[in-house]
Design a protein. Structure first.
Length: 309
């Protein structure tokens, strides 16, 4: 569990605060100091036991006596043990909450370890934990990106952007006004069901850096501009390469990407209608070996480079 300890003192004093927090718990891990915010990781064992929040409350009380320091804890007291289960599940056997609820929990020893019963893995309780995280989505992604850089030397120069959807077998008339569940283009061949659209950005290694749940009637072509702005605002402007399906960008947005400073590069499928026009120019171009077993033809036209493979 993470605690954000905000201090108005100088860096030396904040370091003392962080060191003291670790000394009090005996389990802490010093994570870093940023903009006056000290982040400490506290071992989940502080949340385990019959009086599961007692030890943690004592810990907070001790921190309250530290110089010029206030503690903000994402403390989900009713769901504390469910959060421990979700964290352990992600490390041991990653999967969906539904699988945790229906299969994994009863085969594990978590109930005995936490002195609890199957109620901890009730599906709605597990999903409620995610609702709590939603308010901290940007901060979590920013933190994870920094950790992935440190731990795995991860690169975020190439971004894969795509959209999918999930539908709901419900009576559409029961959906309240303003709800994101709407009828739209159904990738699942279920146009009779309302749906939501999910937009996701990942690295080639599969590390997610952003996502949004959009209204079910959102057009793919209307999403890219806002995500370009979102990534630039959260992670700064950089020479990135966006990889996406041909149905996502519009010519207007692609022109904006080329004209931006620094330019934002992209790799996107060419519209089928344009391929017929380019075919006669590609016939005379020589094949080049991009890598072993992969040959391509290159055609530069205006501000774009077409790659035929």
């Amino acid at each position: 569990m993470y605690m954000l300890m905000h201090s108005n003192s100088d860096d030396l004093e904040r370091k003392k605060v962080m060191t003291r927090a670790v000394q009090i718990t005996g389990y802490g891990d010093m994570m870093g100091v940023d903009n006056g915010c000290v982040t400490v990781l506290v071992h989940s064992s502080l949340l385990i036991g019959r009086d599961n929040m007692g030890t943690f409350s004592e810990f907070l009380a001790k921190l309250g006596h530290l110089h010029d320091c206030t503690v903000t804890l994402i403390e989900w007291k009713p769901n504390a043990k469910s959060i421990v289960i979700e964290m352990d599940y992600r490390l041991i056997a990653p999967g969906s909450e539904w699988r945790l609820h229906r299969d994994w929990f009863e085969k594990s020893a978590m109930a005995d370890l936490l002195c609890a019963d199957f109620g901890l893995a009730e599906s709605h309780k597990l999903y409620a934990c995610h609702d709590r995280l939603l308010a901290h989505k940007e901060e979590l992604f920013s933190h994870l990106v920094l950790r992935w850089r440190d731990l795995f030397n991860a690169s975020f120069d190439v971004l894969l952007y795509d959209l999918t959807s999930t539908y709901f077998e419900i009576n559409a008339a029961d959906v309240p006004e303003g709800d994101k569940r709407r009828h739209g283009y159904s990738r699942d061949k279920r146009p009779d069901c309302p749906q939501v659209v999910i937009a996701l950005i990942v690295t080639p290694d599969g590390l997610p850096i952003a996502y949004e749940v959009l209204a079910g009637n959102t057009s793919d072509k209307k999403t890219l501009r806002s995500f370009l702005e979102k990534i630039a605002a959260q992670y700064g402007k950089a020479r990135r390469v966006w990889v996406m399906d041909r149905g996502i960008p519009t010519e207007e947005v692609l022109a904006e990407m080329r004209a931006s400073e620094p330019p934002v590069h992209y790799l996107v499928g060419t519209p089928k209608g344009r391929l017929n026009r380019l075919e006669k120019h590609l016939i005379d171009k020589p094949w080049r070996e991009a890598r072993e077993g992969v040959q391509v033809k290159l055609l530069a036209e205006a501000d774009e480079l077409y790659v035929f493979a």
